[in-house]
Design a protein around this ligand. Structure first.
Ligand code: FAD
Length: 362
């Protein structure tokens, strides 16, 4: 079941926002990527009742299932921050977290002539936790290349470090120092006031207001509302992720249900790279359960974040549940910014996604 007529390759939206990729290249007709032999119901799940093994769709159809794989992605909660929804897309405020919005990032960035450029990161899990800082690095590089002097680049994050894995944090701190980016740790965006171009952040007990000339915002995120309200969700977790065993990805309460991708409650970084490793585990375990066996395939939490650090430069942060580096590319050191990794991001990974991953080849 898939409501959308279009399938998106979202990781390229970072490069769309940097003026490097045409946004049209990130979308394909869903019918082109739907595997042969699959009966596609073009409708949206509005309700899931795992005790009855039924789904109710937006058009009111009730569908029964024997087995269920949940992968509806993440919900962007724009309305949680007053002023964000109305501001984004206009007057210097953009976000790479949308097909229509990512081109606005490049429009506003290329119109930027100086002043303050602000980049925000919300609290809680989001898809591609590195994307809010990637566009800050690209913007800082663009500003430098344009010879714009006196500009202030601010990255505001509720976190207390730039990245959860110390080895990558160290490399990124060097990038930040090189660009002179003003990183404001412990700062969470609370309100956008587009009429006065002000961003209000909470910090500890107090608040800070910054006047921006350009701002890239990232909304808080959660599981789709229908999951939050369902018995599949992690109890007492307001975000509503599907409660799964982190290894087998089987629902903790309903053995005929599996979940993967951004909506899953497995504690990995939410990325397409994680989905690539999760999908074969789900397939193997689903087939085992159908055959009446115990699921034994396990996912180790692998995720990767291609951290673009400037035009033509990228480091690949690969790690797993241990929060330790988990490099998979032999011979070269991908933990430092490199040009070959940039080409992997711009050309290699999109090719792999459309031609291999969507066809079931890891
Ligand atoms: C700016 C940006 C940069 C990123 N960069 C990277 C990167 O560099 N590397 C990386 O690996 N990942 C990156 N990601 C993250 C990556 O795109 C996601 O983690 C990945 O797409 C998750 O896959 P998914 O299938 O869980 O969700 P999605 O790809 O979002 O797919 C969810 C699908 O479910 C459908 N759906 C939604 N609601 C319902 C419903 N109620 N019923 C039925 N179907 C529904 C949607 O139409 C959609 O087709 C980035 C994302 C963004 C936005």
């Amino acid at each position: 079941m898939e409501p959308s007529a279009t399938h998106y390759y979202q990781p390229l939206w970072t490069l769309v926002g940097a003026g490097e990729v045409d946004v049209a290249k990130t979308a394909r007709r869903q019918s082109r990527v739907m595997p042969q032999g699959v009966h596609w119901i073009q409708d949206r799940v509005e309700h899931v009742e795992p005790a009855d093994r039924t789904l109710t769709t937006q058009t009111g159809v009730v569908i029964g299932y024997d087995y269920l794989v949940m992968c509806p992605g993440i919900q962007l909660d724009w309305d949680e921050i007053p002023g964000m929804q109305s501001a984004v897309g206009h007057d210097g405020v953009s976000s790479n977290y949308g097909y229509d919005l990512a081109p606005k990032t490049w429009q506003f960035l290329s119109e930027f002539r100086g002043g303050t450029a602000v980049f925000t990161q919300p609290a809680g899990p989001i898809k591609c936790g590195g994307a809010p800082q990637k566009i800050a690095y690209l913007a800082a590089d663009h500003i430098r290349r344009q010879g714009i002097t006196g500009a202030r680049v601010v990255f505001a994050t509720p976190a207390d470090s730039i990245f959860g894995v110390p080895e990558f944090a160290k490399a990124l701190e060097e990038v930040i120092a090189d660009y002179g980016i003003d990183v404001m740790y412990g700062h969470e965006l609370r309100e956008v006031r587009p009429e006065s171009r002000q961003a209000v952040f909470s910090s500890g007990e107090g608040s800070t207001t910054i006047e921006y000339d350009f701002m890239h915002v990232v909304p808080p995120m959660s599981a789709p509302d229908f999951l939050k309200k369902s018995a599949l969700a992690i109890p007492d977790d307001a975000k509503g992720w599907v409660s799964v065993d982190p290894g087998t990805l089987q629902s903790t309460d309903f053995p005929e249900v599996f979940a993967l991708g951004d909506a899953s409650g497995s504690p990995n970084g939410k990325t397409g790279a994680a989905v690539r490793k999760q999908a074969p585990v789900v397939v193997e375990n689903l087939l085992a359960v159908i055959a009446g066996l115990e699921p034994t395939a396990t996912y180790d939490g692998y995720t990767s974040c291609p951290l673009v650090t400037g035009y033509g430069k990228m480091l690949l942060a690969e790690f797993d549940y241990s929060m330790r580096p988990h490099p998979t590319i032999p011979l070269i050191d991908t933990t430092k910014p490199r040009t070959d990794m940039w080409f992997l991001k711009k050309y290699g990974l999109p090719f792999m996604y459309w031609n291999l991953m969507l066809r079931g080849f890891g």
